[in-house]
Design a protein around this ligand. Sequence first.
Ligand code: AHR
Length: 309
Amino acid sequence: LLLAGCAVKPKTAVTKSPVIGFSQSGTESSWRKFHTKSIRTELKRDNYEVMYRNGYQNQERQIQDVRTFIAYQVDLIILAPLTEHGWEPVLKEAKKAKIPVVVVDRHLEVNDQSLYLTHISSSFKAEGQRAGLYVTNHFAKSKQRQIKILELNGTADASAAKLRQEGFADTIGRDPRAHITATINGDFTRAKGEEVMADYIKNHDLSQIDVLFSHSDEMTLGALKAIKQTKIRPGKDLIIVTVDAQENMIRKLQVGEVNCVVECNPDAGWYVVNALNRYFAGQQVPHEIYMPETTFSESNADKVPTRNY
Ligand code: AHR
């Protein structure tokens, strides 16, 4: 769970409630809304003062939000980056202003690891591997000679999409019959998921596809709308594997419209506040923190714990 450690010193001895700037990447899914709520609730519980900004799926806007926090001289910044690249300059500005940055959810790529204090996230690669494992297990006894997969990707340059793709490809690679026949991009939203799936159906024969692997539940919900315009029965003629485990997708699993739901844990609040408390107490904070997650399929669909998102 805790990978590497680094000793840290808070900027000053904080006597009043520290002010935290929280830059969220957007509100594209129930998952994201709960991620925000979890962090804000826990910050409030521990009496942190919060300046919150929504980046509305726009990196430039998020960078501006971080600059605003720097201008306000907040005590610490929480950043949920939309994409992986392009953060180095603004993180250098934060470092120069002696404001530590806690990265949450997606990864960001920087040469200088000291530009952020810690990264608290899901293990996206493991999620992709779990999705791939479901597919290889599902077809293990089948005599069919090919397994054709359609992949519905999330936002370009978002580590959640890149690593899920990587983990999935690694695992299905163990079955030489499995091929990703096409990849379409739904940008992690329901509307785009429906649009690109409808477009795919218009130009290809979906009945030739065995599996849909979707990087998020919101995109899956959109794709299902488009699939239901055809004669293909989702969950039966087309195996569907999706990531997040939102309440609405668990219900689809329970009625057999999707086959496997890989959980992505949005409940980051406790982990974030724990890291902040440690930092402000002058204690060590690990540089990488991963949260626990699981998988749901036909075998445990009736035992899914209560979802809050
Ligand atoms: O970065 C995490 C992903 O972002 C979630 O899986 C998805 O639903 C959200 O949009």
